[in-house]
Ligand binder design. Sequence first.
Ligand SMILES: [Fe+2]
Ligand SMILES: [Fe+2]
Length: 295
Amino acid sequence: MIELYGKKLENFDDLPVLSETIIKLLALLDDINSTNKQIARIISLDVVLSAKIISLANSPLYASNKPVNDVLQAIMKLGRAEIKNMAMTIKFSSALKKIQLKNINLDMFWKHSLATAFLSNKLMKEYLDKKYYRAEQQSSFYIAGLLHDIGLLIFDILDPDKLEELEKIAERIKNNIAEVELNETKYIHSKEGEKLLKEMGLPESISYPVGYHHNSVDSKDYEGISAIVNISDVFASQFGYYPLQSVVYNHNIDEPIKLTSLSDLSDEDFKIAYDELKSATEMFISFAGLMLGSQ
Ligand SMILES: [Fe+2]
Ligand SMILES: [Fe+2]
């Protein structure tokens, strides 16, 4: 049970983020004994999800000369990891469209989540030390990035006035919201998000890094994913995709960067890599906006 300032999130209907069906689908996609046909059958029960997966598979991002006509073909062409990320993105996008919040601008929040997910996946593939790359669930990087700030939604649902107050303090003292939360209350959105995802039944390789996205240096497990989500969160904000209107991002990410080959680059090469990440993120966000609509 998620509880904040004495108020309880009674059931997930208050936070229509992820349905049971999608959680089951994720488990099925991870199950090596499941067949692509079984997965296609489950996805096909959801008409909207199926249509969006097929149109994404045929979009310029995955374009090939062979058109995809059904879900089974999409799974075979893109692979399970990609289908998993796609299904989660589509479902998270439509869930966010159903809620209204007092403080959080959902379009901003959505872009911040998407940018963090995209960067997590890209940094994992291109820069993460191979030791962590091999040891950890590769498909968890994107989803942990996508859901990392889910705790902020809980804060805004359960006590919007408190969140507003915390945001004002963060702005005034020029500190990041996570530190302000911790100093002013006993709650921090990363930990509450982790609890929620655990209760929903998501694997630990996703929930744990969410709990450490503001302090990945303290993580004892899933260090690779935690560090990558930490860096991606900060990069996403530096690229202009903030989760909150007035958020201050003064995180020091030198330590998590040491887990990646970004730390081996000269200042000049780092700048080139950083600019490349920025333009790739911008392209992804505008593309996803076209495909999924804004919030
Ligand atoms: Fe956060
Ligand atoms: Fe964030």
